[in-house]
Design a protein around this ligand. Structure first.
Ligand code: C2E
Ligand code: CA
Ligand code: CA
Ligand code: CA
Length: 278
C-alpha cells in the first residue's frame, strides 16, 4: 500500500466522502423524523425497595419508515456531534413535559417523576434554561416531577458554569441524577458541590455483580458514597431476582431494569399501573 500512495489517498478520500455522505443522510433523516412524527418516548419504571413504581425514565425511540425501530445508541452519538442534539433534546423535553402534564390528571400516574436524559452539548446551549422553562409553562407540567439525568462528562470542564446552571434549574424545582456513575471521570470532590439528588450506578457494574468481586466492591462503595453525601442511589440494568437481592443486601433501595419492567409506551405503563393499583 505504501508504494501506491496515490491510490491509497484516493481510497481514503472516497471512504471519507462516503462517511460524510452517510452522516448527512442520517442527519437529514433525523430532521425529518422530528418533523414527521417518527419519534416516540418510551418509559421505563424506577422502583423502590418494595418494587413500587416511583417514577419513569424517558427513552427515545425512532420509528424509521424503512429501517424499523432504531435504538438511541444508533443515532444519539451522531446527533451529539452537531447541534442536532439540541433540536432533538428540545423535542424530548417538550414531549416529556406534555406527558407529565397528562399524568397529573391520572391518579395512577400523578405521583410519578419523569427522568429525561440530557446531553452535555444540549445542557450547555445558551438557550437551554429558557427553552425548558417555556416547555414547562406551555404544558403546565409540575417542575418538581421532572428529573434531569446528566453524566460525568458534563463535569470535566466548565464546572463552575455547570454548577451555576444546575442551581438555576434547581430553583425552578427540577431534580438531578448523575447517570452511568462510575464510568466517567468525575472528581469526587465536585460531587458534594453539585445540587444532585441521585446517583445511578452504571449497569456495567450490575451486570457482573454476582461473579466479579471487583464490581461488587464498586457497587458497595457507590452506595456508601451516596449515603454519606445524602444522595439516593439507584441501580440500573437489574435483570434478575438474584441481582436485585444482592443489591438489597448491599444497601441499595432503588432499582431499574428488565427484572422490574422494560421500556414501553407510556400508555402501556399507564394501563398496567391502573390495573395493578400502584
Ligand atoms: P441510559 O440513559 O443509560 O439508559 C439505560 C439504557 O439501558 C436504555 O437503553 C434502556 O433501555 C437499557 N436498559 C434498561 N434496563 C435494562 C436491563 O435490565 N438490561 C439491559 N441490558 N439494558 C437495560 P436505550 O433505551 O437503548 O438507550 C441507550 C442510551 O441512549 C441511554 O442510556 C441514553 O444515554 C441515550 N438516550 C436515550 N434516550 C435519550 C434522550 O432522549 N436523550 C439523550 N440525550 N440520550 C438518550
Ligand atoms: Ca439515563
Ligand atoms: Ca445509565
Ligand atoms: Ca448509558
Amino acid at each position: 500500500a505504501k508504494a501506491d500512495g496515490r491510490n491509497t489517498l484516493h481510497f481514503f478520500n472516497k471512504a471519507m466522502q462516503n462517511e460524510v455522505n452517510q452522516r448527512s443522510r442520517v442527519e437529514a433523516a433525523l430532521r425529518q423524523a422530528i418533523d414527521h412524527d417518527q419519534l416516540e418516548l418510551h418509559v421505563q419504571p424506577l422502583v423502590d425497595s418494595q418494587a413500587c413504581v416511583t417514577g419513569m425514565e424517558a427513552l427515545l425511540r425512532w420509528q424509521h419508515p424503512e429501517l424499523g425501530r432504531l435504538s438511541p445508541a444508533d443515532f444519539i452519538p451522531l446527533a451529539e456531534s452537531s447541534d442536532l442534539i439540541v433540536l432533538l433534546g428540545d423535542w424530548v423535553l417538550r414531549q416529556a413535559c406534555r406527558l407529565l402534564a397528562d399524568w397529573a390528571g391520572d391518579p395512577a400516574m400523578a405521583r410519578l417523576s419523569l427522568a429525561v436524559n440530557i446531553s452535555p452539548r444540549q445542557f450547555r446551549h445558551p438557550d437551554f434554561v429558557g427553552r425548558l422553562r417555556q416547555s414547562l409553562q406551555h404544558s403546565g407540567a409540575d417542575p418538581t416531577r421532572l428529573e434531569l439525568e446528566i453524566t460525568e462528562s458534563l463535569l470535566i470542564d466548565d464546572i463552575e458554569q455547570t454548577i451555576a446552571r444546575m442551581a438555576q434549574l434547581q430553583q425552578l424545582g427540577l431534580r438531578f441524577s448523575l447517570d452511568d456513575f462510575g464510568t466517567g471521570y468525575a472528581s469526587l470532590g465536585y460531587l458534594k458541590r453539585l445540587p444532585l439528588n441521585q446517583l445511578k450506578i452504571d449497569q456495567s457494574f450490575v451486570q457482573d455483580l454476582l461473579t466479579d468481586p471487583n464490581d461488587e466492591a464498586i457497587v458497595g462503595a457507590i452506595i456508601a458514597l451516596g449515603r454519606s453525601l445524602d444522595l439516593r442511589v439507584i441501580a440500573e440494568g437489574v435483570e434478575t431476582a438474584e441481582q436485585a437481592e444482592r443489591l438489597r443486601q448491599l444497601g441499595c433501595t432503588a432499582f431499574q431494569g428488565y427484572w422490574f419492567g422494560k421500556p414501553a409506551s407510556a400508555d402501556h405503563w399507564r394501563q398496567w399501573l391502573a390495573q395493578s393499583d400502584g
